[in-house]
Design a binder for this molecule. Structure first.
Ligand code: K2U
Ligand code: ZN
Length: 173
């Protein structure tokens, strides 16, 4: 089922999210809905706060055709190692539509998490997967990619989003 994606500014996007304490049928349903919503957007990642659930859960699939899809669900993810070398990427965000800016992050990260079946996982990510998982884990800590920009650019983007929300509220966008 598709869920509406919150648009910045929204207090739920600034919250430090709560750990998932037990993996219930509701959590499994939320994860599936987040994957459906991500593919529909389309996007390569989505964090629970973006659909209004302030829990530490994210989904991602950074595969590109003709690779087979690899939908991933990360519960209570945490970065256990990050490379010294950095990588720059023109990031966007489904909660900040049509705004892009270059963000620099560690090129490779190791992430530990719990899978939907309750097993502990750990994997090293590079390339778009690395950028994406760091972008999503930031969401779980209430951090948006625009928080890495200067105050003027961030304020300009926030003003544009406030205008977009006003227009959407009037059914104009
Ligand atoms: O969290 C989100 O808003 C989903 C983003 C994740 C993302 C942002 C920047 C870089 C990598 C991942 C959406 O996937 S934005 C759409 C997108 C699609 C393809 C490549 C990059 C971004
Ligand atoms: Zn985002």
């Amino acid at each position: 089922m598709l869920r509406p994606i919150l648009i910045h500014p929204d207090p739920r996007l600034k919250k430090v999210c709560d750990p998932v304490t037990d993996i219930t049928a509701d959590i499994a349903r939320l994860a599936q809905d987040m994957l459906d919503t991500m593919y529909d957007a389309p996007g390569v990642g989505l964090a629970a706060p973006q659909v209004g659930v302030t829990k530490r859960l994210l989904v991602m699939d950074c595969t590109k055709a003709p690779e087979p899809p690899r939908p991933m669900v990360l519960i209570n993810p945490r970065i256990t190692w990050a490379s010294d070398d950095l990588a720059r990427y023109e990031e966007g965000c489904l909660s900040i539509p049509e705004q892009y800016a270059e963000v620099q992050r560690p090129a490779r990260v190791r992430v530990a998490w719990t899978a939907l079946d309750g097993t502990g996982q750990e994997e090293e990510f590079d390339g778009l997967w690395s950028t994406c998982v760091q972008h999503e884990i930031d969401h779980l800590d209430g951090k948006l990619f625009i928080d890495y920009l200067g105050p003027l650019k961030r304020q300009m983007i926030t003003r544009k989003m406030e205008k977009l929300k006003r227009e959407r509220a009037r059914g104009q966008a």
